[in-house]
Ligand binder design. Structure first.
Ligand SMILES: [Zn+2]
Ligand SMILES: [Zn+2]
Length: 361
């Protein structure tokens, strides 16, 4: 079943060799949806820091070593929003041509392992994803597993939803893990970035008072406009930990570190008050460590958590918060062909909010 003529070839942004340049190829085959797959036309996609690390060959795995098992040529993109244009054989009839779907980090799961059964299927032992194993949303057409499909409501803005599907759900889960109550202090380190600006909003939605840490006057204005109570410019503040301790009168209840930089994580736990939670997301390249003394963790009763994105259910909760205007990603839309420049800007850390590429017309 199809809705519109489907071309045989398409434009994709690919990397032939990790560390190599991004190239646009215009005659890449359009996938044919197999059994229980849908074919979606990619409308928009966010650009995530993990895409940058993966294409550069600097992405770290769970053992802290570089991830080397990456499909080449590599086509990144895991914050995509597409429209279903064809159904493969055997798709159930609740799927509809024209419906909006998300292209997320997780692409396929086994549904049988303990993590799938526990509702944390992003940790599935047999999972595949759009970052390392399958072509992602930096292409005009994509085949998706119909049984693990991210079905989006019809009334969402496809330009806004892309960033919710990775940065959003990741920041949302990090704030859930921080477990803050109304009025408690939550620090977001990297508050002006893709993950950070969403973490500020989820924390506000949970009733926390937010302190944003980032650099520069633009990000100060941006982070305060999102509802943060305080902003600390780490380039102008001699001792950020002391400043957090001062504002919060003894330490924050939670710190969410969203920065792509290892230094931001090293001493973040020292911003916490007794019983506080350090919530780590985003994966800095290399094999950096937290440098919190064990005595600090024990004597102050600290909790340290991390999360790899979130489950599909949590992702759809984050989508709903955006649909209802409670959390709004700050996006600037650029043409697909500007992906190489966007990577350069991401590397410099200049981007406030998220860049979204318009992929297909
Ligand atoms: Zn991502
Ligand atoms: Zn599984």
């Amino acid at each position: 079943m199809t809705a519109e003529p489907i071309p045989k070839t398409q434009t994709v942004a690919l990397v032939r060799q990790l560390g190599g340049p991004v190239e646009f190829q215009h005659d890449y085959p359009v996938p044919t949806p197999g059994p229980n797959e849908v074919l979606a036309k990619v409308l928009y996609t966010g650009v995530c820091q993990s895409d940058l690390h993966t294409k550069s060959g600097t992405a770290a795995g769970a053992d802290g070593k570089p991830i080397t098992k990456i499909k080449l040529p590599h086509i990144g993109g895991h914050e995509g929003v597409g429209r279903i244009i064809a159904l493969g054989p055997g798709c159930s009839d609740d799927l509809r041509i024209g419906g909006l779907v998300g292209i997320r980090f997780s692409s396929r799961i086994c549904r049988r392992c303990e993590f799938c059964l526990a509702g944390v299927e992003q940790y599935c032992i047999k999972s595949t994803n759009h970052l390392h194993h399958e072509d992602g949303s930096f292409q005009e057409y994509i085949a998706l597993d119909a049984d693990y499909l991210t079905i989006l409501p019809d009334d969402v803005d496809p330009k806004l939803i892309g960033p919710v599907l990775c940065a959003g759900v990741t920041a949302y889960k990090a704030v859930l893990n921080a477990n803050v109550k109304v009025g408690q202090w939550l620090v977001v380190v990297g508050a002006g970035g893709g993950l950070g600006h969403l973490a500020v909003q989820y924390a506000r939605a949970h009733g926390a008072s937010v302190i944003g840490v980032d650099k520069g006057d633009d990000k100060r204005a941006f982070v305060l406009s999102l509802g943060a109570a305080e902003f600390i410019d780490f380039t102008k503040t001699p001792d950020v930990i002391q400043e957090v301790q001062r504002i919060t009168n003894g330490g924050a209840h939670a710190v969410v570190v969203t920065a792509g930089n290892a230094k931001a994580f090293a001493h973040a736990a020292e911003m916490l008050r007794v019983g506080g939670t350090l919530s780590c997301v985003g994966i800095p390249p290399g094999r950096p460590f937290l440098e919190t003394p064990i005595s600090t963790i024990v004597i102050r009763g600290l909790k340290i958590t991390g999360n790899l994105v979130g489950s599909l259910k949590e992702c759809l909760e984050a989508v709903e918060l955006t649909r209802r205007g409670i959390v709004t990603p700050n996006v600037s839309v650029r043409p697909f062909k500007e992906l190489p420049q966007v990577y350069e800007e991401l590397e410099k850390g200049d981007i406030s909010g998220r860049i979204v590429l318009q992929v297909a017309n």
